[in-house]
Design a protein around this ligand. Structure first.
Ligand code: GLA
Length: 386
């Protein structure tokens, strides 16, 4: 979508009016490794994409907020209120939740007209929601001079999602789309929020994202179930030593789990989190040494752990990974995001990408009956005014 076309669509929806709208963008993200560790105070290693959400926005005199999106036919309008309340099953809960956070900080708002357009697929594990939240946050912050920094907006967006939308996510997605840096991945400690932008130099390899296109099912309830199992593990492990979260345990301590936790399922959940943290630490180290091959192996191991210990994959993701791994030039492939559906991320030799897409597409459709989508993203910057 061209920016000029976007402005024309804005005028089609809202009329030309007095003021020109301002344009903002927030990326989506793909997580390279470190899955289901963020809400356990662990390490993650995501990067921001050049795909994301565009927002055209302008102030108006009326005390109304008008929402429009080019992604589906669901325009909406609400009176300016303080506070807003959650609406049943509506996409505007994402921006409304963020706007509410600004109201809590006493930002004086006026009426608004807002047009969203996203080119990350919705609900596919590439953080379309965090992208909508953060683009709203940077726009409101800029338009009303709220003076907040990116980290404050990241936290507000996470709160909006947890408390307003009602999805109990960790901080990775909002953090990644807020702090993205071109050609860098973000090595984040989710406990302290210390982070480092690590150059993502893939020397002759490409990142490929494959969407299972599986309809979103029980992701949110299963996600909360996993969170609960991790909390249970922390509670039981207090007898071993005082712990705030599972990430305070090292890989060497994995054998201890069985002594303190009777339920083998809970043991496996904890094992995934602890071993995944170990894999992230090694992945960052080997990437800095340009050892892409070992990085790919760690991605593969991460998938096994998510499949066998954390059990968040499923037939579609596993098929993409297993069939993908058989193909030439593939050095690592794994599910990314919450799981159960959504996308995989793979590192594939540049010369082999066309064959990868063609062969994987055929194999996947034969086994699952679904047609996958492929994206070859660039790693981009974080949420900003354009
Ligand atoms: C979703 C959540 C994140 C994170 C991932 C799993 O994307 O929003 O906070 O927990 O799942 O790593």
């Amino acid at each position: 979508m061209e920016i000029r076309n976007l402005t024309e669509k804005f005028y089609d929806k809202f009329g030309k009016g007095q003021e020109k709208p301002a344009l903002f963008f927030s990326p989506g993200r793909v997580n390279l490794i470190g899955e289901h560790t963020d809400y356990n105070g662990g390490y993650v290693f995501p990067c921001a994409l050049n795909y994301g959400t565009y927002l055209l926005i302008r102030k108006i005199k009326e005390n109304k907020i008008r929402f429009s999106t080019l992604n589906f036919n669901e325009d909406d309008e609400t009176e300016l209120k303080n506070p807003f309340t959650r609406q049943e099953n509506k996409w505007i809960n994402y921006p409304l939740g963020v706007i509410n956070e600004f109201l809590k900080k006493d930002t004086k708002l006026s009426g608004l007209e807002m047009l969203y357009y996203g080119d990350v697929p919705n609900g596919a594990g590439l953080s379309s929601s965090a992208s909508i939240e953060m683009v709203t946050a940077v726009a409101i912050n800029d338009l009303f001079g709220a003076g907040l920094n990116i980290l404050e907006m990241v936290k507000m967006s996470q709160r909006a999602e947890n408390q307003f939308v009602g999805m109990n996510c960790g901080i990775m997605d909002q953090f990644a789309v807020g702090h993205g840096k071109k050609d860098h991945a973000i090595f984040l400690n989710c406990d302290t929020l210390e982070f480092e932008n690590v150059p993502l130099i893939l020397n002759g390899y490409s990142l490929i994202i494959t969407n299972t296109n599986k309809r979103r099912g029980l992701t949110d309830s299963k996600y909360n179930e996993r969170r609960g199992e991790c909390e249970k593990a922390v509670e039981l492990l207090q007898k071993y030593k005082p712990l705030r979260n599972l990430s305070q345990l090292s890989v060497e301590e994995i054998p201890v789990l069985e002594k303190f936790i009777k339920d083998p399922v809970v043991v496996r959940r904890a094992k995934h989190v602890i071993s995944e943290n170990g894999r992230v630490l090694e992945a960052v180290k080997v990437l800095k040494k340009n050892d892409i091959v070992r990085f790919g192996e760690l991605m593969n191991l991460s998938h096994y752990s998510l499949k066998d210990d954390y059990e968040v994959t499923g037939k579609e993701l596993d098929t993409l990974v297993y069939e993908g791994r058989k193909l030439r030039g593939v050095i690592g492939t794994r599910m990314t995001g919450a799981g159960f559906g959504g996308c995989t991320v793979s590192i594939v030799k540049k010369d082999d990408t066309a064959a990868f897409i063609d062969q994987l597409s055929k194999a996947y459709t034969k086994i699952t009956g679904l047609v996958p989508d492929f994206y070859m993203p660039e790693v981009g910057n974080g949420a900003r005014r354009l």
